[in-house]
Write a protein that binds this ligand. Structure first.
Ligand code: NAD
Ligand code: ISE
Length: 348
């Protein structure tokens, strides 16, 4: 059994604890911690885990072999760095950290440790619909990709959600998905601001993010975070010879009273339920087998943060913002977005 300690026992922390204690195999939640001690105490009592006053004390516990960080984004860096310093594998919910500089500090600490310890919670890579879409793209059936249209719609967001979180907290999922889907880095960003929805209060809601990839593919992402009707995630790739899109996810289609309808998920917990299960089971299995994590890396977390920082600047200025990454350490050389070897005979 892999002994896991969870820092942050709010919404997603409790959901991941539920899956680790009730759904998945080979794992035991031995420790929890939250800045809100009463929440940690009630979650710890429910699952029989020790409660630690600080995340650092949890990381140092001999009864914790691997760490899961589910606290607020601005606190991720301190806990991920502490886990790296302790030599313990750490699964960090997205975003890896809230600025590119903080993510780079994590990349540098991990690279200096010489082995992969960090995995970031970009779960779309584990979703059956996104995996099927990538298989069609990679199979060549729709030809060379030219564009992708995405929509990321939340029914509502919590009161602490701020304007720029539409990019740093929400569209950051598409930013990671696009790098993985196309195996290319994002090189530039624009943000377009349409008419404002009255549902969004002070937020600029919706927004349209346009991502430019190194090979010329353009991706537009509609971000609506107060759309009321449900949680709706869409994606359609346009290729030279066809299109491919995420299919209907509903197991049932209802026709009644002169209407035809599909249910819409309420939120991310329902829509990505299986993706989170697979993401965690693969993480647990890789660590129990004595290996390193193979899911989204600290480099992926860093690259997504550079793009989302560029998106925030594009939102503030209305300008096109180029994306420039630091040099990629050797530790991450084998990843899907690693530069491709130049074909022998030189460039065309
Ligand atoms: P939440 O507010 O429900 O829970 C966060 C918890 O962290 C709270 O209980 C809070 O008390 C605790 N916390 C805050 N500062 C802390 C600190 N310094 N030390 C320990 N605990 C601290 O938020 P949430 O919705 O569960 O989101 C948590 C993280 O998960 C965020 O980074 C968010 O972006 C991410 N998230 C990811 C997904 C996904 O689809 N992968 C979905 C939701 C949230
Ligand atoms: C939340 O933090 C998530 O990660 C969800 O997947 C996303 O849809 C939502 O917009 C974020 O706030």
């Amino acid at each position: 059994m892999l002994k896991v300690g969870v820092i942050g026992t709010g919404m997603i922390g409790q959901d991941h604890i539920r899956r680790m204690t009730q759904v998945l195999a080979g794992v035991r939640v031995t420790a929890v911690s939250d800045v809100d001690g009463s929440v940690a105490a009630s979650v710890g009592a429910r699952v029989g885990a020790a409660v630690f006053e600080t995340g650092e004390a949890l990381i140092a516990s001999p009864d914790v072999e691997a760490v899961v960080v589910c606290s607020w984004g601005p606190t991720h860096e301190q806990y991920v760095l502490a886990a790296i310093a302790a030599g313990k594998p750490v699964f960090c919910e997205k975003p890896l950290a809230t600025t590119a500089e903080a993510c780079l500090r994590i990349v540098e600490a991990e690279a200096a440790s010489g082995s992969r310890l960090v995995q970031v919670g970009y779960m779309r890579r584990y979703d059956a619909a996104y995996r099927a879409l990538k298989a069609v793209l990679d199979g060549g059936e729709i030809g060379t990709p030219l564009m992708m249209h995405c929509a990321h719609r939340n029914a509502s967001v919590p009161g602490f959600y701020e304007k720029e979180m539409a990019i740093t907290d929400t569209a950051v999922h598409e930013i990671d998905m696009v790098r993985w889907m196309f195996g290319e880095e994002i090189t530039g960003v624009r943000v377009l601001v349409p008419r404002r929805s009255a549902n969004g209060g002070q937020l600029q809601d919706p927004l349209m993010l346009v991502l430019e990839l190194a090979d010329g593919v353009l991706v537009d992402v509609e971000i609506s975070v107060n759309i009321r009707y449900g949680y709706d995630i869409r994606g359609e790739i346009v290729g030279e010879n066809g299109t491919a899109s995420l299919g209907s996810l509903s197991p049932v289609h209802v026709r009644s009273a002169g209407r035809s309808s599909d249910p819409v998920p309420a939120d991310w917990r329902e829509r990505f339920l299986r993706a989170y299960d697979i993401e965690f089971q693969e993480w647990i299995d890789s660590l129990r087998a004595g290996g390193q994590p193979v899911g989204p890396s600290a480099w992926d977390g860093y690259a997504a943060a550079v793009v989302s920082d560029a998106g925030v600047l594009a939102l503030r200025t209305g300008e096109h913002v180029p994306v420039v990454l630091a040099d990629r350490p050797k530790l991450y050389a084998a990843e899907v977005t690693a530069p491709r070897p130049v074909a022998s005979g030189g460039a065309a």
